[in-house]
Design a protein around this ligand. Structure first.
Ligand SMILES: Nc1ncnc2c1ncn2[C@@H]1O[C@H](COP(=O)(O)OP(=O)(O)O)[C@@H](O)[C@H]1O
Ligand SMILES: [Mg+2]
Length: 747
């Protein structure tokens, strides 16, 4: 058979928020199968075998079939290459330890063209996985050379991108815990700075530092001598010692303190330059030479006997503890120390150079500390220890054994006190003790260091013992209350008068006393100030509001195109308004051509309403009203014609509604109805508010009602609303005359 041309990737878009497919970010790929459209998997000889040889774990993909082997079954029956690509990409992501559960492939109205999507936590990672998967699939289709090593290279390429672009393991664990608690997150840089929650109710984390972490505390922690003196003054046991300026002084200090001693830099980390249990002048002096280049000062202190421990303090509690082990190799009379390290230590799958590995790879050629350690044992990397001789390789940095449940309450108290004295809400306390289940004083144990922004990996992947939910502990510390991190978000979806509607909703919420952000077709507004005059009914503008720490409520207009092109800017909302299903004629590029398909697009806005939130739906269109069952929260219907069928059905089952009777706005709660206080006859109101349709008025009233804005404030607010945008901006300028620079500064 002749070769197949490459599947063409026509268009790739990262949908950053809830979208047509799912409520999580996905990569959406439009692809053209070309001639492969006529060759489903079962018609390409040997294809399924080649593919499953390369990716054996495809057997685990349930696919639509719903059981193990489901996807293989589909391959055998015949499935199209777009769908296969989806599974190949998902499998590569799984192999790269960035598992992704969601994928879907659908045909479009064009022959051979499909839309394929898969869940993607990170756009760059997803793009690499797609490219690698595409290569692998074409090779399997055309029976080109591709072997296990090539698969590994593809996985490594994805992994490298994860390492490059995605959150580090500690941050990912906190973010994961936030997601479990329903707290949204936004990454604020390419690294580990992440916002949890929205607007004014957000909390930021940067690895394991938070908004509560004192900057002074962090500086104190980075100076070990200063830390020790503060701890000592509060009665926390620390090893006595002093700062020295020369090798000779180091030896003098060692004699004063009493041998053995420790020599270490005052402000390094990861054990760099730390030498332990030094007994002789020679050892102390060479340790000084190792420590000096690593930090600003060199300290000599009493050597504390016992094992290294790391206690993680979060919000005044020890939430995890790990114990270190001394790492050794045992000679066999034939192999060199370097070879013993490789065969006995580096072969451990937990050791590696990348961040995801809980233990470091040991390289004797570059590790000065290790060379010193060997020298003290009268060995070098090339020596051959006799059979049975135990050689110490690393004394610290191997915190593999969970010991959280053994920590004595007095030790825990010392650790939390230390964190507090230094000024850290999250701290990693380095402590040396023979037995963590006994008080420190009796055994001469001491706290040797307090770390800001401690790594969490040792508590998440301990070599021995169970993982500790430290991400959850940090999340609970940041968000102690029940409904955390959110601010009222109102999403407006539709096409008719939605900018004015959004402005009116924002106006009413603002009157209720909240600093309100608004992104709509008329611009981007903070309170009533317009900070960007361009059309702002899009993802970026909404995102800009959610990041803003001043904002206590937001209103975001989303056309169907925003949902199709980018997804919603927010994961969930308090109020989701859907006004109409118009505008389909502009969406051909998205393969949306009739207004029934619009239902699928705009339902996204209703799907994301929180269970304590409300969908506000236009009852005049039965298809819009028909979205009601998709809403996790309550539903308020509105209609200027109170007699539409959807309305009576809704009211008769006790639903809330906003409608018009006797030329006035009526709020209905089941069968009981009342006029909106503070607002008179609608014909009179219309005369001065020509720019606002009655439908928009009703929708806005419903949204404000759903958010608990007092009813007479809503009525009065509707009266006072300046529907003409230019007039509204002009009147704002008048009222701000005393603040001539305010607009310029913030624009
Ligand atoms: N005075 C000491 N006595 C015994 N062991 C110590 C002493 N100081 C440091 N250590 C050991 O060395 C490790 C690294 O020292 P530390 O001061 O924490 O430096 P780093 O900032 O590089 O982590 C500690 O976790 C501990 O195991
Ligand atoms: Mg330390």
């Amino acid at each position: 058979m002749s070769r197949f041309d490459d599947i063409q990737l026509l268009r790739i878009r990262y949908l950053r928020g809830p979208n047509l497919w799912t409520y999580r970010p996905v990569l959406e790929v439009w692809l053209d199968l070309g001639p492969l459209e006529d060759f489903p998997s079962n018609l390409i000889p040997g294809f399924t075998d080649r593919l499953t040889t390369l990716l054996p774990a495809l057997i685990e993909h349930h696919c639509g079939v719903g059981e193990r082997g489901g996807f293989i079954q589909r391959l055998n029956e015949g499935t199209w290459a777009g769908h296969v690509l989806e599974h190949v990409v998902i499998e590569l992501l799984n192999l790269a330890s960035m598992p992704t559960g969601f994928g879907q492939t659908r045909s479009t109205s064009r022959h051979g063209v499909y839309r394929m999507v898969f869940r993607a936590r990170d756009e760059q990672v997803a793009r690499v996985a797609l490219a690698e998967g595409h290569r692998l699939l074409m090779a399997a289709i055309n029976d080109d050379p591709f072997d296990a090593a090539a698969v590994q290279a593809a996985v490594d390429a994805v992994k490298a991108k994860v390492e490059d672009c995605y959150l580090g393991p500690s941050t990912a664990c906190i973010v994961g815990a936030a997601t479990d608690r329903g707290i949204p997150h936004i990454r604020l840089n390419q690294g580990n700075l992440v916002q949890l929650g929205y607007g004014a109710n957000q909390q930021r984390i940067w690895t394991a530092e938070t908004d509560y972490t004192s900057a002074i505390g962090e500086s104190i922690a980075s100076d070990k001598e200063l830390t020790k003196s503060l701890l000592a003054s509060c009665g926390v046991p620390v090893p006595e010692g002093q700062v020295v300026n020369s090798a000779a002084e180091a030896w003098e200090a060692a004699e004063d303190i009493g041998l053995p001693v420790v020599v270490k830099p005052s402000d390094a980390n990861h054990g760099r330059g730390v030498s332990l249990e030094l007994h002789t002048r020679e050892e102390v002096e060479s340790a000084f030479a190792v420590a000096e280049p690593e930090g600003s000062d060199v300290m000599v202190e009493r050597f504390v006997r016992g094992s290294e421990h790391r206690l993680l303090v979060v919000g005044g509690q020890v939430v995890a503890a790990a114990r270190g082990e001394i790492i050794t190799v045992t000679g066999d009379g034939a192999a060199t120390v370097a070879a013993l390290i490789d065969s006995q230590l580096n072969s451990d799958p937990r050791r590696g150079v990348e961040e995801e590995f809980p233990l470091d790879f040991i390289d004797v050629a570059t590790d000065a500390k290790l060379q010193l350690e060997l020298q003290r044992q009268k060995l070098t990397a090339g020596s051959v220890p006799e059979a049975g001789r135990v050689v110490t390789i690393q004394r610290n940095g191997n915190l593999g054994v969970d010991c959280t449940d053994q920590v004595h309450p007095e030790v825990a108290h010392a650790a939390t006190l230390a964190a507090r004295v230094v000024g850290l809400d999250i701290a990693g306390i380095d402590l040396v003790a023979q037995d963590i289940s006994r008080p420190l004083a009796a055994q001469g144990g001491a706290i040797v260091e307090v770390n800001a922004g401690p790594g969490l990996l040792m508590h998440l992947k301990p070599a021995v013992g169970s993982p500790r939910p430290v991400g959850r502990a940090i999340c609970d510390h940041l968000f102690p209350d029940d409904a955390p991190g959110r601010i009222p978000v109102v999403g407006v979806a539709g096409s008719q008068d939605t900018a004015v509607l959004a402005r009116l909703v924002a106006w009413l919420i603002g009157l209720g006393g909240r600093y309100t952000g608004l992104a709509c077709g008329d611009g981007l507004f903070l309170e009533r100030r317009r900070v960007d005059a361009r059309n702002s009914a899009h993802w970026e503008a909404g995102h800009r509001l959610l990041v803003n720490r001043a904002v206590q409520a937001v209103v975001i207009e989303n056309g169907a195109e925003t949902i199709l092109r980018d997804g919603l800017a927010y994961d969930r909302c308090q109020v989701g308004i859907v006004t109409d299903l118009e505008g389909v004629e502009t969406l051909a590029a998205y393969d949306i051509t009739d207004s029934d398909q619009m239902v699928k697009v705009l339902r996204t806005q209703v799907d994301v309403v929180l269970s304590e939130g409300t969908a506000v739906l236009n009852a005049a269109d039965a298809r819009v009203a028909g979205l009601a069952p998709l809403c996790d929260g309550a539903v308020i219907l509105y209609a200027s014609d109170a007699g539409v069928p959807a309305m009576s059905a809704h009211q008769s089952t006790g639903g809330k509604a906003v409608l018009v009777r006797q030329d006035r706005v009526v709020l209905a709660n089941g069968s009981s109805e009342s006029f909106l206080p503070g607002l008179g006859r609608l014909t009179v109101w219309r005369a001065t508010h020509a720019g606002v349709s009655i439908d928009s008025l009703l929708a806005a009233v419903a949204a404000a009602w759903a958010l608990g804005v007092p009813l007479n404030l809503i009525g009065a607010g509707v009266e006072a609303f300046e529907s003409d945008l230019q007039a509204a901006l002009a009147s704002l300028q008048l009222s701000q005359q005393n603040l001539p620079f305010a607009d310029k500064q913030l624009a």
